[in-house]
Design a protein around this ligand. Structure first.
Ligand code: CA
Length: 440
């Protein structure tokens, strides 16, 4: 850890010092934005309810050395070059930006060193995709999720024998990844729910969400050159929130023998702000504790460092707001809270396994954790688990019941990191509103 993580640091941007702000000065996540009504895209940094337009700050003489290189990479319509930047350059940039933004609101000795126009209120900006995502992979790293889902489909044999040996994953669809705020159209598909021989085609009746964490690949690896676990984290730029929308009735009919296909590739939502790997340092925790009897990871998936600090203490909350709740101006209601520290495989193990056969990852690729569920009631990251596949509906504050999502429902995922001796930082929001299927 370094001076940028100091919990006592404050910013002259007053909104950054609010105790519940996701973007205090200890965070400094990157995102791509446009000023409202304009099309030009730039990389910015969130601070409180403002965005630092780093490109706009280049005119002032604020940046030197490697920090200046990184500042120039922000004067781009995508984060691709930024994501490729060497770790020490990103670190120099972060240290300098922290210095430029630190101070006490109202204190006369504090000055705003940024040139006019370099600070844009979030309310006057529209967020854009951080980078063109070339490939997207979804893992299945929560043993609680895997067990809960396994029990519903295979009561006698919930966890398959490979689960504790390798991080299970599948290749997802990058083209249908959308940014928080985009509507989600209810997908059509084949279902065969009543056990009759012929399936039918129509709108899914079992639309669900999956609360996950996404990891952006920074530096890629060459085809044929696996990334050893000791170097895996050097290839991760940062994290965002992910909602892997899922149509359970389509999924249960199509998933054997090759896994999910059109049940999941119609939409995946990501949050717009990418929290850097360096910002996560204070919240690192040991990897999942494997109880006696569980196999040790094979040597290629094992390192002392990963075992001691490969996990991340990150709380993920899911909220719902139905059309009735919106009309009644009610606040979103919380469905679950879970922790990324409860997943069985670490991000480094997932990345190493992904490349272990020589598969190349490229800058801007995204891989996600899989649904993050915990061991306790209320920590299940999907409706499939919360309602036991619809058998036990959840009740909303309006008295409405939900087995799965209805048109007009909005799902909002939030994430934050909090720890004794560290500031509270957040990932912002990942939201999507369900709209009716298109006419067939
Ligand atoms: Ca998933």
């Amino acid at each position: 850890m370094n001076a940028t993580h100091d919990p006592s640091l404050t910013s002259w941007v007053a909104s950054a010092n609010a105790p519940d702000s996701d973007f205090p000065i200890q965070n400094l996540p990157f995102g791509v934005f446009s000023r409202k009504g304009e099309t030009e895209r730039r990389v910015g940094v969130a601070i409180g309810d403002q965005i630092v337009d780093v490109g706009e700050s280049l005119s002032a003489n604020l940046w030197t050395g490697k920090a200046r290189d990184v500042a120039r990479f922000c004067d781009r319509p995508s984060m691709k070059e930024l994501m490729q930047a060497p770790r020490e350059a990103l670190s120099e940039f972060r240290a300098r930006l922290s210095e430029l933004l630190s101070g006490t609101p109202g204190d006369e000795s504090t000055i705003n060193p940024l040139p006019p126009g370099a600070l844009v209120p979030m309310a006057e900006a529209e967020m854009r995709p951080p980078v063109e995502i070339g490939d997207y992979t979804d893992f299945y790293a929560s043993i609680y999720h895997a067990t809960n889902v396994g029990k519903l489909f295979r009561p006698d044999n919930p966890l398959l024998p490979n689960y504790k040996y390798l991080p299970i994953g599948y290749h997802g669809r990058a083209s249908s990844i959308v940014l928080s705020g985009a509507d989600i159209r209810r997908p059509l598909g084949q279902t065969q729910t009543d056990g009759t021989a012929a399936p039918s085609f129509g709108p899914t009746q079992m639309l669900d969400y999956e609360a996950e964490i996404g990891f952006f690949v920074g530096a890629g690896n060459e085809l044929g050159e696996p990334v050893p676990i000791q170097e895996a984290e050097d290839h991760i730029f940062g994290v965002c929130l992910v909602n892997d929308w899922s149509a359970r009735d389509i999924q249960s009919w199509e998933y054997q023998p090759l896994g999910p296909f059109v049940a999941k590739n119609f939409a995946t939502t990501i949050s717009p702000w990418v929290v850097t790997w360096e910002a996560l340092e204070p919240y690192r925790v040991p990897a999942f504790f494997r109880p006696p009897g569980d196999p040790a990871p094979l040597p290629y998936l094992s390192s002392e460092e990963d075992k001691n600090a490969g996990g991340i203490e990150l709380t993920i909350e899911v909220y719902i707001r139905s059309m009735l709740m919106r009309e009644g101006h009610m606040r979103p209601s919380r469905l679950s809270a879970s922790s990324l520290a409860d997943i069985y495989w670490t991000p480094a193990q997932m990345l190493t396994h992904h490349t272990s056969n020589g598969c190349n990852l490229r800058t801007g690729d995204l891989f996600a954790s899989g649904t993050v569920s915990g061991p306790d009631p209320g920590s299940q990251g999907s409706l499939l688990e919360l309602t036991r596949r619809g058998a036990e509906p959840v009740v909303l504050p309006t008295g409405e019941e939900r087995r799965f999502l209805l048109d007009g429902d909005e799902i909002i995922i939030r994430g934050h990191l909090e720890r004794e001796g560290a500031a509270r930082i957040g990932l912002g929001e990942c939201s999507g509103l369900i709209v009716a299927s298109s006419a067939r």
